[in-house]
Design a protein around this ligand. Structure first.
Ligand code: GLN
Length: 192
């Protein structure tokens, strides 16, 4: 599982290799390119919460967008949460200017649909196939359109779709990891 070695880690990797200078010079870093090769060897991929515009910029800068797209579209089991969901979506409403996504998940998402950071909240949700789990919403998206091959697996009481499954992609609008409950990750890993 490529757990934690998400795109956000690129920054750490760059620092580890004294790479910030190289980034400034616009050089490609060997270690970061290895990450693309590693995709072929992993059992699954977690695209976590964070900031989808940053994922997009880093992935394109380091030429990881197409390897990621190919791997996920090719059936790599993927757990995408919050920014990860946005980054996978076919279309993003309220996207940042020039923001691109992998487009591997046939949904339209509304970015920041539940408000800003100060509107963050926690609730408990029934997620089909996972049971009842605590869910933390931080600048979370909402799924506003689902393609025919996409199933809703989590829905709020107001009808907002906040979890979907498409083949081997599980995508959640909320953070499942901001608490002690490991149900989502444990169940997902057990199924790999
Ligand atoms: N709104 C953020 C984005 O656009 C996602 C926030 C999060 O992952 N908690 O990527």
């Amino acid at each position: 599982v490529l757990q934690g070695r998400d795109l956000a880690v690129l920054v750490d990797a760059a620092e580890d290799r004294g790479g910030l200078e190289a980034i400034r010079r616009g050089e490609r870093l060997e270690g970061l390119l290895d990450l693309a090769d590693e995709l072929a060897a992993v059992d699954g991929l977690v695209l976590p919460g964070g900031e989808s515009t940053v994922f997009d910029k880093l992935a394109r800068t380091f030429h990881l967008d197409q390897p990621l797209r190919d791997a996920i579209a090719g059936g790599l089991p993927t757990l995408a949460t919050c920014a990860g969901l946005i980054y996978c979506a076919r279309e993003v409403r309220d996207a940042a200017v020039g923001q691109q996504t992998l487009g591997v998940l046939d949904v339209v998402v509304g970015r920041n649909a539940f408000g800003s950071q100060v509107d963050s909240f926690e609730t408990t949700l029934d997620v089909k196939g996972y049971g009842s789990v605590p869910a933390t919403f931080i600048r979370a998206p909402r799924v506003v359109e689902l393609g025919s091959g996409v199933q809703a697996i989590a829905t709020m009481s107001d009808g907002s779709v906040v979890g979907v499954q498409q083949g081997r992609i599980t995508a959640l609008a909320f953070h499942p990891e901001q608490n002690e409950d490991l149900t989502i990750h444990r169940t997902w890993v057990d199924r790999l």
